[in-house]
Design a protein. Sequence first.
Lengths: 348, 168
Amino acid sequence: MNNKRAFEMEFHWIFILIAGAVILGFFFMMAQKQKTASQERLATNLLTELNSAFVAALQSKGTAQLLNLPTSGIELSCGKTDICDCKYTILGRDKTTGDNIIFGPQKLTDAKATLWTLDWKAPYRATNFLYLTTQQVKYVIVSSDEPIIKQFETKILRDLPTTLKIQTVTNIQEINFGTEHTRVTYLTNPDIQQLTNKAKGKDVSTVYIQPPNNVTFYTRKNNNEAFTPITLPFLSDPQAEQAINDATLYAAIFSNNPHLYKCQMQTAYKKLANVASVIIARAQELQTETDAQGKTQCTYPIDTLQKLKTEAQKAAQGQDTSNTIIQYSQELHNANKVLLTSNCPVLY
Amino acid sequence: MNTRAQLKMFETIGVLIVFFILLAIGMSVYFFLQKTSYAKDIEHARQLEALALMQKMLYLPELDCNFLQTTQDNCIEKLKLEALRDLLQRDANAKQDYYPTFGRSAIKIVPVYPTGNDITLYQNTPQKYKQMFKTHTPIILKDTVNNINTFAYIEITSYIPEEYAREE
């Protein structure tokens, strides 16, 4: 009788344990499902908000605005292969950058981000560039006392948004590396070995703005390794600064990933070529109309536009045509000035 | 004693089954409401995308009224509009390049005063779609050659194809 009672009691406890485990499991499963659903929802809302912010920023060129970021941060990438698959990721959910051309560090982790917009002119406005960064990135500009370099440094400091953390040095020993990512921009020939020694164990990436139109990215896989250089073109020429602005220069400063820079620039060149197609058709129409009106002084540089379009198409496929693009942009800029002074409808 | 214990156990199992049934019903109602609310969020996101497309349209360098690098607000240049329309009709690659910007939509510019023919800039209507949103915004259509400004509006119809709806 006693044995039977003990067995009943044991069975009673086993039953309670099983039932309890099932109830607990059920609620655990529900909580997991709810967590996934709410994360998905949050990611959708954040991606929508971010996209709206990007579109709004495109309308206010040259301005910087602050954006709220999710605690998990945002990742910017263009994939790991040669194929450009540019996207931004929030809470594990991707959204393609689409026609937005965004430059920034690979990972943005801070409560707020600075979103800066500049239009890219070469020589007409081809598109707008979006630059995304946070206070967790410190920008160090390494210059020299050489007047041209000093002038260049002053120009960069004047243009960059005031919300950024910036330090200017002439010697890298002056750099105070903190816990944040340090983006070192060399305006003079860099001593990479010295930087490697100084920045051992620190989160650092480097770029060398190499006049007239090359940019060398120095990256490393971990904070103790040596830097690997990758040289890519950018569009800038002090002689043609009215024809081409410095949007691509800032793109190189803001992107710590050369692949992202290369991919986004290819998209930008594609846009340059497409806008050229529209401007060519418009110029042909204007040429016909002004000829019909007897305005013989109005000559539209359709050939140069066509050449610029071809060069932009080549650049969109990864070729370095920056020198010829600068040359044709300068020619178009001059031609546009002549059209303006000749009382003709301008090219752009 | 044995029968009493068995009866008690069946009673407990019965209570548990009823408890789980009620819980399952409650949860399914909750998840259904959640799903509906999520679908509303998605719909809201799509509407925002349609509005974003309208905003982008007004500042596209391919269309804007530009004079000495100064962009005029809410203005589209007729010559550029016709050039872009021809480019999109003629060149399949160009249409593909503009897909990230225009997506699945139809974009039409309708002159109001002086009246004129509608200009369909872009047309990418899916064969089957779940929903569509129409947005309108007034603009000035500038004719640079004849120096005439026309009051017009842009009509953008954005589509959510059925396969998208199923994915969501």
